[in-house]
Design a protein around this ligand. Structure first.
Ligand SMILES: Nc1ncnc2c1ncn2[C@@H]1O[C@H](COP(=O)(O)OP(=O)(O)O)[C@@H](O)[C@H]1O
Ligand SMILES: [Mg+2]
Length: 505
């Protein structure tokens, strides 16, 4: 007797259909093997499945059992095949009598030795694949049910343990499909509000532009001037996530195993702040079983690199390609994988080793050589990809101790949401969401300048020795500045402001 049960493998961000076939034949009693390129976690499945079946008051068959995971050329990883393996063995050996057709059912879940079903990673990708393949019913661990239910048109059954699933399949105790939950994207917890930052109006303005058009920003200033504090206010002014963005993010978090317990959907924009000692793989992703790194976990949110100059140069160089393309290519034995990585880079750095170069009151104790070596730590091509270069001076005592609050984040966020709406309309038929994602061709279409502005740009390119990349980046930035003002045509003043954010020589 043999039986076929559907399950799924997650490769990169996508899932693929896997057939789990159990076959019984004559041979040593109790012999149990798994074939079809299993990794160690899948091979260990034998022990978990055997114990889970025994401890669920079912009998493990006293025959030779071979389980094949097809297609055989695809590597199988992780413990999520436990549940389909258990069901296919029980069915093939007639230990259970299944009352329904299983050809349109998909099973995923890890089994504990006592038969409880444990959550697994990548459920959203699996559910989206099931929808595409017209599979109607999903049996998933109870903790993953909310995530699976994000996909429309599926019957999702939340399974606590093997006994419960068997009773349902045998028609003894029918379960009800889980009900989908509602989500609120505007309910973002605000830890740091712009209202609490004294002075630094020009820095706040730059933050507003960065948030509105998803532009990258570098803050440079002495220690204690508030760079870290200001960066941490970014989540409070970022626009609410849309459902599409939330689904995209949830896929990434689920595969990385970073979706918090009892969270079905990522509902707020990420703010990731990896330390400068983080490894290259942790930052950009990769590994034997490629996982998304910090830059993908920051997708559609913020990647905050504090003490920017302390990051090893080689690691920063890895950011060049994703900063340009919004996606990271990770190579693995079987080919290349892509993880999305459209993040706003917010970097903060001291201007020199002692931190006081350019300070009005405190003298810098570094030598010229030390200062220039410090600046060289961040490569030119990386600086070229940063649109907003901002100096953050120390705030004067009187301003710091003044009791008047500045504009709060909620009111700044309203302007940003408005500017994003304009962009949404502009890019309705294009694969972009924000101005910063425009290709050079598209820039030509949406960032047309009048003669005065063209001359201003010509002079700037010549005098500031701007690269072609910098030229297009300035136009995109000016587009965002115009959008924040609610003006259709880019004005000379918008270009002038955008130019002001280029790095000073
Ligand atoms: N403009 C400001 N308004 C209010 N508090 C500030 C401001 N600048 C600095 N601070 C205070 O100083 C502390 C140190 O700032 P921090 O952001 O760590 O500086 P940096 O990262 O530039 O070294 C902050 O926690 C905050 O309490
Ligand atoms: Mg700091």
């Amino acid at each position: 007797m043999s039986s076929k049960i559907l399950s799924a493998a997650v490769i990169g961000l996508e899932a693929e259909l896997i057939e789990v076939e159990a076959d019984t034949s004559s041979g040593p009693l109790g012999f149990f093997s798994i074939v079809g390129l299993p990794d160690t976690a899948v091979s260990e499945s034998r022990e978990r499945v055997r114990s889970a079946i025994k401890n669920s008051e079912l009998k493990f068959p006293k025959v030779k059992v071979t389980v094949n995971l097809a297609p055989a050329d695809l590597r199988k990883q992780g413990p999520s095949y436990d549940l389909p393996i258990a069901i296919s063995i029980l069915k093939a050996t007639n230990k259970i009598v299944v009352k329904q057709a299983l050809s349109e059912c998909l099973f995923v879940g890890e089994l504990a030795l006592d038969g409880q079903v444990r959550p697994v990673n990548g459920i959203l990708s699996i559910a989206l694949m099931a929808q595409k393949k017209k599979i109607k019913t999903l049996f998933v661990p109870v903790k993953n049910a909310g995530e699976a239910n994000l996909v429309k048109g599926l019957d999702v059954f939340a399974i606590n343990n093997l006994t419960e699933l068997v009773e349902h399949l045998e028609g003894k105790k029918i379960l009800k499909p889980a009900t989908p939950c509602e989500f609120d994207f505007s309910n973002v917890e605000i830890l740091f509000d712009m209202a609490h930052i004294k002075g630094q109006e020009h820095v706040k303005r730059a933050m507003e532009i960065a948030a509105a058009g998803a532009h990258n920003m570098l803050m440079s200033g002495p220690p204690g001037s508030g760079k870290t504090l200001i960066a941490r206010t970014m989540p409070s002014i970022l626009p609410d996530l849309t459902l599409e963005e939330a689904l995209e993010l949830t896929k990434i978090y689920s595969i990385a195993g970073q979706l918090p317990a009892d969270t079905a959907l990522v509902t707020s924009r990420p703010f990731r702040s990896p330390h400068h000692t983080a490894s290259g793989v942790a930052l950009v992703g990769g590994g034997t079983w490629p996982r998304p790194g910090e830059i993908s976990l920051a997708h559609r949110g913020v990647l905050f690199l504090d003490e920017f100059a302390e990051f090893p140069r080689q690691i920063l160089e890895n950011l060049r390609q994703p900063l340009e393309d919004g996606v990271i290519h990770v190579s693995r034995a079987a080919g290349n994988l892509n993880f999305p990585a459209k993040f706003i880079l917010i970097a903060a750095s001291n201007p020199c080793p002692c931190g006081f170069f350019g300070d009005n009151e405190k003298n810098c104790t570094c030598s010229q050589l030390q200062i220039s070596n410090y600046k060289k730590k961040i490569s030119g091509p990386i600086l070229d990809r940063i649109d907003l270069h901002i100096e953050v001076p120390r705030v004067k005592f009187d301003k710091l101790t003044s009791i008047s609050d500045s504009e709060n984040s909620q009111s700044i966020k309203k302007r940003i949401q408005q500017a994003r709406k304009i962009q949404q309309k502009r890019f309705a038929d294009l694969p972009f969401i924000t101005n910063s994602e425009m290709s050079s061709e598209i820039v030509k279409k949406f960032c047309q300048l009048d003669n005065v502005s063209v001359n201003l740009m010509r002079n700037a390119v010549e005098q500031m020795h701007l690269s072609a990349r910098a030229y297009f980046r300035i136009l995109k930035l000016a587009r965002t500045i115009a959008d924040l003002a609610g003006i259709e045509k880019i004005l000379t003043s918008h270009i002038a402001e955008a130019l002001q954010y280029r790095p000073k020589e």
